[in-house]
Design a protein around this ligand. Structure first.
Ligand code: SF4
Ligand code: SF4
Ligand code: FES
Length: 478
């Protein structure tokens, strides 16, 4: 830590940080566009201007490292005028698009125009007008809104490892464009749109879906793989509309991949809301006692899957089934990647599409054999009740036992199962997932479930209550 002076007051700050981050830590904001904590510093936008005592010219805060004894001024008349000048240049050609721009309400250009701009324009000429272009299979660019901050180009090159975008022409004519013939096809087109500080980069999948201030937000964790990226859920009219990045600098989490970000429709469509018996809808009051009966008379019960469930649900599943079944076996690892150390597909996405494999392993959802031998035992009638939690029934099932599928959605497996049980999705409850690194992260309730819909943990609690109720009744009658 070093001591620096900010607007005449002394503060202790981390010497590894640049001025923007160090100053933010002690509660003073310096406006910026091109700086991003996980990208190289280019000092291109000239928005973060400050005065440094002893240095005659005004300086950019983003490329100034803090050091002992530094004294900076962030609010002088000279600084305010310099930032107003930058804003005036940036807005000279910027269209008055806010009423129709998807970024409105969460746009850095809007925010900085309000906080550091002049509020009036002296630009009397016709604004530059360049038609928008499709540059990715889910990405378009509106050149008129671009402020040439170079974040998108740096993100692609430095984190995605691709060189699709470049800066063409000079000065007034500068535009960001495709450096290749083929459109961008990588897994980070949503992140490109996120990282753009204006509404220049837009995704088709969310275009014109809603104004951002209509969303109800909650802190959550992506369900798409074992990385467990931090997200903010955006829900409107009971439907999941969007995931947005929830920055977590301590864990280096600033981005989301497209696979996780856009995998939302399953929460809004084709949901399983009824209990089923052999593909026919039934009622919980008749189906639950039938399942309890099977469990109580079973030689052995197996519970497979569960790596999509929270740690809290897994605990309830395990303790309740152990209370009513003889020597049950648990196995959450149903695909090969869950048996291995986490493997990366790209800089975020892993080969394990489960958010809680680590949590399931820590909760004891591991068998001494493996998933394949559990299925073999079921096929040889050594296991006679098989619970499958939010997974497909394995294709090679031939055993005569009972298959109970718990799922959030109607699938071929819920139709084929002896019994199908509807459960809440993760966004309809709170809990924790443990990511591939062993980090236990909370997620909040984002959507209201339909009335009476149980979580997987609630369902197993109800099974135990049903089993215990019958025993008490029997004892009472003797
Ligand atoms: S498209 Fe957006 S991120 Fe890229 S340079 Fe323009 S303003 Fe910056
Ligand atoms: S990397 Fe995994 S956790 Fe992160 S956004 Fe993609 S799917 Fe979700
Ligand atoms: S943030 Fe410093 S120049 Fe852009």
């Amino acid at each position: 830590m070093v001591t620096i002076k900010i607007d005449g007051k002394e503060y202790k700050v981390d010497e590894k940080k640049n001025l923007i981050d160090a100053v933010k830590e002690v509660g003073t904001d310096i406006p910026y566009f091109c700086y991003h904590p996980s990208l190289s510093i280019v000092g291109m936008c000239r928005m973060c201007l400050i005065e440094i005592e002893g240095v005659p010219k005004i300086q950019a805060a983003c490329n100034t490292q803090v050091k002992e004894g530094l004294s900076i001024i962030t609010k002088s008349k000279r600084v305010i005028e310099a930032r107003e000048g930058t804003m005036e240049f940036l807005l000279a050609n910027h269209p008055l698009d806010c009423p129709v721009c998807d970024k409105a309400g969460e746009c850095d250009l809007q925010d900085n125009a309000f906080s550091a701009g002049k509020g009036v324009s002296r630009f009397e000429f016709e604004k530059r007008n360049i038609p928008q272009e499709e540059i990715g299979n889910n990405l378009m660019i509106n050149h008129n809104r671009c402020i040439v901050c170079f974040r998108c180009v740096r993100f692609e090159q430095e984190l995605v490892g691709e060189y699709n975008l470049g800066l063409f022409e000079r000065g007034y004519h500068s535009i960001i464009g495709l450096a290749k013939e083929e459109p961008i096809a990588h897994n980070y087109q949503g992140a490109l749109s996120d990282i753009c500080p204006t509404g220049a980069l837009l995704n088709h999948k969310t275009l014109f879906k809603s104004r951002v201030w209509w969303y109800k937000t909650a802190k959550s964790v992506c369900h798409g793989c074992s990385t467990g990226c931090n997200i903010e859920t955006n829900v409107r009219d009971g439907k999941m509309y969007r995931y947005m990045t929830r920055e977590n600098p301590a864990e280096g989490m600033y981005f989301l991949c497209d696979k996780g970000r856009f995998d939302l429709d399953w929460m809004n469509e084709n949901r399983l809301f009824a209990y089923y018996e052999k593909g026919v809808p039934g009622e919980s009051v008749t189906i639950i006692p039938k399942i309890v009966n099977k469990v109580k008379n079973a030689k052995r019960v197996a519970v497979v899957g569960g790596a999509h469930e929270s740690n809290e649900n897994l605990k309830l599943i395990k303790t309740n089934i152990q209370a009513i079944a003889k020597d049950p076996v648990f196995e959450a690892r149903i695909i090969e990647s869950q048996y291995k150390a986490p493997e990366q597909i790209d800089f975020l996405l892993t080969t394990d599409p489960h958010p809680n494999t680590k949590g399931a392993i820590d909760s004891g959802f591991v068998s001494s054999s493996n998933f394949t031998s559990i299925i073999k035992d079921f096929n040889e009638n050594m296991i006679d009740v098989l619970f499958v939690i939010k997974e497909d029934i394995p294709a090679n099932i031939t055993g005569k036992g009972t298959v109970v599928v718990l799922h959030t959605n109607i699938t071929a497996s819920t139709k084929d199962a002896d019994f199908a049980v509807p459960i809440k999705c993760f966004a309809e409850q709170s809990g924790t997932f443990t990511n591939k690194k062993g980090l236990k992260q909370n997620f909040e309730t984002a959507m209201n479930p339909i009335q009476g819909l149980p979580s997987s943990g609630d369902f197993f609690t109800r099974l135990k209550q049903e089993a215990t109720k019958k025993e008490e009744f029997a004892i009472g009658n003797h």
